[in-house]
Design a protein around this ligand. Structure first.
Ligand code: ZN
Length: 106
């Protein structure tokens, strides 16, 4: 099974809301989680699909799964995501109002 990522996107940002300087692996994760947030905030609310390919490479092969995600309004509007193929999953909080949040302009 995959990992469970619990992240607060504000940890990746500076006080003015731009991306903080961070090591490359952290930057890759921030970008990945950010794409999930953007996908969830731009799309039709009734859909779970994000169009985002899973980032994991079990056994050195890219996972063929596509991330599904939704906003959990029962849980502080955290974004809950998972890969139905490998089970990688996580919860993203602190995304509202970030550069990845497109819900305002939608
Ligand atoms: Zn996967």
């Amino acid at each position: 099974m995959g990992n469970s990522w619990v992240v607060d996107l504000r940890h990746f940002l500076t006080d003015d809301g731009s991306l903080a300087e961070m090591p490359r692996p952290a930057m890759r994760l921030a970008t990945y989680f950010g794409r999930i947030v953007r996908a969830v905030t731009v799309r039709d609310k009734s859909s779970l699909a994000t169009g985002i390919r899973c980032r994991r490479r079990p056994s050195q092969r890219p996972c063929p799964g596509e991330v599904i995600a939704f906003i959990d309004y029962q849980n502080g509007s955290a974004i809950v995501w998972s890969c139905p193929v490998c089970g990688d999953n996580g919860i993203i909080s602190g995304w509202e109002g970030t550069l990845w949040d497109w819900s305002v302009s939608a």
